[in-house]
Design a protein. Structure first.
Length: 250
């Protein structure tokens, strides 16, 4: 039997068997203790069936994918794991678009080393011609990913206002944070900071894009997370470490 096409992924990968392996190891350890300390007899066939049941139960709960290689399918067949075809991946196009004339586009991103963990934010400012006006990286305290993303937007707007860029287009790859600002439903701990940073802005619009069209901003919070809390690194123009940026409409 030849290898099946990887375009038809099946549910359950071998990585998902780790839980079953740990459960099976615990099962063997308990059987060993019962044999040594309780003088109980055991059947190897029964232990094997119990271990297979661990694996099959984990497989039923799995939502991961495998590569459909002949080796993987053969292993799963021997384990008695039922596999079924998943839905085809939906491929969509995404583009980085230029802002309007007179508008500054701020691509933002936030990160936390853990959730929560030491946080950092990053923003990149570009004009209607696609030129990089500046970048911002800033260190945060221990925060969740959501709070880091919200603070990236707040500090991005604050710095824009300080340079007189009062018409801004905020773009992020974190949908929940963008929706929170659109619906005026940001965490109460950030309300005062948001009102203070946006009070002088003439107009702000928000947009969600995929990470593939936000990768330049994605590189900045990693630098921010290395900074102490409250320490900012602002670079006028395009910094040397930003080797690649999004090309409009590509």
């Amino acid at each position: 039997m030849g290898e099946q096409s990887s375009h038809h992924p099946l549910i359950f990968s071998l990585d998902d068997a780790l839980g079953a392996v740990w459960g099976g190891s615990s099962l063997i350890w308990q059987t060993r203790n019962n044999c040594l300390y309780k003088d109980l007899n055991f059947s190897l066939a029964i232990v094997k069936r119990q271990w297979l049941k661990w694996i099959q139960d984990c497989a039923a709960l799995s939502t991961s994918l495998l590569f459909n290689t002949q080796i993987e399918l053969g292993i799963l067949h021997c384990l008695g794991v039922d596999v079924h075809a998943s839905k085809h991946p939906l491929v969509k196009s995404c583009y980085w678009e230029l802002p309007r004339i007179g508008e500054i586009k701020i691509n933002t991103d936030g990160a936390a080393k853990g959730n929560p963990g030491k946080g950092g934010i990053g923003c990149i400012y570009r004009d209607c011609n696609g030129n990089v006006l500046g970048t911002l990286a800033k260190g945060l305290r221990l925060v969740s990913n959501f709070i880091a993303e919200c603070e990236a937007i707040i500090h991005g707007v604050e710095y824009a206002a300080s340079f007189g860029w009062l018409i801004a287009w905020i773009e992020s790859d974190f949908t929940t944070a963008v929706e929170a600002f659109k619906t005026n439903n940001i965490p109460w701990t950030l309300v005062a900071a948001w009102e203070n940073s946006s009070k002088n802005m003439r107009n702000i619009r928000f947009f969600t894009n995929w990470r593939e069209a936000n990768f330049s901003a994605d590189a900045l919070p990693k630098k921010g997370a290395l900074l102490h809390e409250g320490v900012s690194l602002y670079v006028m123009g395009r910094p040397d470490f930003l080797k690649k940026i999004e090309v409009p409409m590509q």
